[in-house]
Design a protein around this ligand. Structure first.
Ligand code: ZN
Length: 131
């Protein structure tokens, strides 16, 4: 699915990402682990993905989940598959993606998932997608 606002959505995602990573950087500066002194890459390529996953250890769980979703979204914009609901595989409406650019499910599936999570008492990530 081609989204007219894709450049806008992408830059929104990059904003969110750098804000989240900026939070990590502060943590790194106070960390004595030398592994973390390397520069954070700008692109959403595989290297930055795996790198980010190391950094996630320093994030709170909510930020952690959010960053994973943002990384996935950026990856999908570059490599295809962005905006497809992970559950029903229908395209997610552009209006929703403009509000929640890292959404991975359409609203209908999201409410099903949230219902599930409430029932199972699991802490999941999809509540982050809610409007
Ligand atoms: Zn769906």
């Amino acid at each position: 699915m081609k989204y007219k606002s894709l450049p806008e959505i992408k830059s929104k995602l990059q904003d969110i990402r750098s804000r989240l990573l900026g939070g990590i950087e502060k943590t790194i500066k106070t960390s004595k682990d030398e592994e973390f002194t390397q520069v954070i890459p700008d692109s959403a390529d595989e290297a930055s993905r795996s790198f980010s996953r190391q950094m996630l250890l320093n994030l709170g769980e909510q930020d952690h989940e959010k960053l994973v979703q943002v990384e996935d979204a950026l990856y999908q914009i570059e490599h295809g598959g962005y905006g497809t609901c992970k559950l029903c595989e229908e395209p997610i409406p552009e209006a929703r993606l403009k509000v929640v650019p890292f959404a991975q499910h359409c609203v209908a599936c999201l409410s099903v998932i949230e219902q599930d999570q409430t029932n199972n008492r699991q802490s999941g990530s999809d509540h982050l997608e809610a409007f």
